[in-house]
Write a protein that binds this ligand. Sequence first.
Ligand SMILES: Nc1ncnc2c1ncn2[C@@H]1O[C@H](COP(=O)(O)OP(=O)(O)OP(=O)(O)O)[C@@H](O)[C@H]1O
Ligand SMILES: [Mg+2]
Length: 256
Amino acid sequence: MSPEPAARPAQLLLSVADLHVAYGKAEVVHGISMDVRAGEFVVVLGRNGAGKTTLLNAISCLIPKRSGSVHFAGRDLSHATARQAVQAGIVQVLEGHRVFHTLSVEDNLLIGTYAHHPRGDRSKLERIYTMFPEMAERRHQMASRLSGGQQQILAVAQGVIGDPRLLILDEPSGGLAPIVIDRILDVASQLCRQGLAILLVEQLVDKALRHAHYGYLVETGRIAGADTALALRQGDLLHRVYLGGRAPAPEKETAP
Ligand SMILES: Nc1ncnc2c1ncn2[C@@H]1O[C@H](COP(=O)(O)OP(=O)(O)OP(=O)(O)O)[C@@H](O)[C@H]1O
Ligand SMILES: [Mg+2]
């Protein structure tokens, strides 16, 4: 669980200013400003279609920005390519457990090291197998033979092995069993304590806030509120903005 500090760490890692993102003529992110501090666990919450994935994809330079700026660890990534963002230390685990089904677990992991080592860096594997023993046991299995939950853990491990400074996770729970998201949030918190910053989008609001330090609420492409995770859990902003005034939906059990 997070220490839920009263004050945010001082050192800025990611700084997003007045970001606008559009698909063709349709703008869906309308001037978002936000930041993530070094070693901070930040969650982005919002209803379906609010623009959360679009925001994350623009930060990690997977899609172009219409205007605004993204600065990361002293670099201006406003016009950077996805590869430059990865090389700067931003790694995003995409929505849905996307791994290469026809490759082994180990080969999937090695792909996560390609940005820094074109032939794959095997020296990184042992640390990952220690952190994810369920992947060590299955290292020679085809990814297609893993369950959905195991594939999601592999996708996260593939992100972690690239030694990011900011790990972005887009809805890791995505229809999987609660035990999977618990495992991923525990690993994320552990990494955070070691100095990694986490930017998480998650529909399991309560679980996410229990692990995060700070949270932003996104509503139709704008920041509708931001506060410490503790204040968001205790206040009514979340109900008003995210849940439209209704009581929060129970975090239902889903099949693996
Ligand atoms: N490739 C695209 N082309 C056109 N419109 C898109 C595209 N991707 C998303 N949109 C639209 O942009 C808006 C924001 O979508 P986005 O996927 O960023 O929302 P989200 O908050 O991640 O939603 P969810 O919680 O369902 O994942 C939605 O209206 C969506 O229909
Ligand atoms: Mg999304």
